[in-house]
Design a binder for this molecule. Structure first.
Ligand code: ZN
Length: 133
């Protein structure tokens, strides 16, 4: 498998509007727009930084994964996303190496990307996302 770069850092926030006050107003990052991903009960907002991006995640429902994350751990970095050349090949290879996968097959993420998550039990506690776009 080939990892191209860190695609984005996913940061769980209670409110994207509130989050923007730091990431856009204070740091001066450009707000690229937001998108609702219904399947994951989340609104995502992207802020490009060089070749990578900061992704703020706000839950749309109290039982969504981001809401649950904040409930347990508070706001903060929720996942790291690596861009891969070929996500199907990457998942197959990781599975063969014994890595626990949350998604055995890719699903659709923000911006039409193909994404899949690896289980934190196999990654030293880090929720890792693979994405291909
Ligand atoms: Zn992400």
């Amino acid at each position: 498998m080939k990892i191209i770069k860190i695609d984005h850092l996913g940061i769980a926030v209670k409110s994207i509007e509130e989050g923007k006050k730091f990431w856009a107003d204070v740091l001066g990052l450009e707000f690229e727009g937001s998108e609702t991903v219904e399947a994951q009960k989340v609104i995502t907002a992207f802020f490009p930084v060089g070749e990578s991006e900061v992704e703020l995640l706000e839950s749309t429902a109290p039982d969504g994964p981001v809401a649950k994350y904040i409930e347990k751990k508070g706001e903060g970095i929720q996942h790291v996303a690596f861009r891969v050349e070929d996500i199907e090949t990457a998942l197959k290879e990781l599975k063969e190496k014994g890595v626990r996968l949350i998604d055995e097959t890719p699903r659709k993420g923000a911006g039409g990307a193909k994404i899949a998550f690896l289980h934190p039990k196999s990654t030293n506690g880090v929720l890792v996302e693979l994405c291909e776009r």
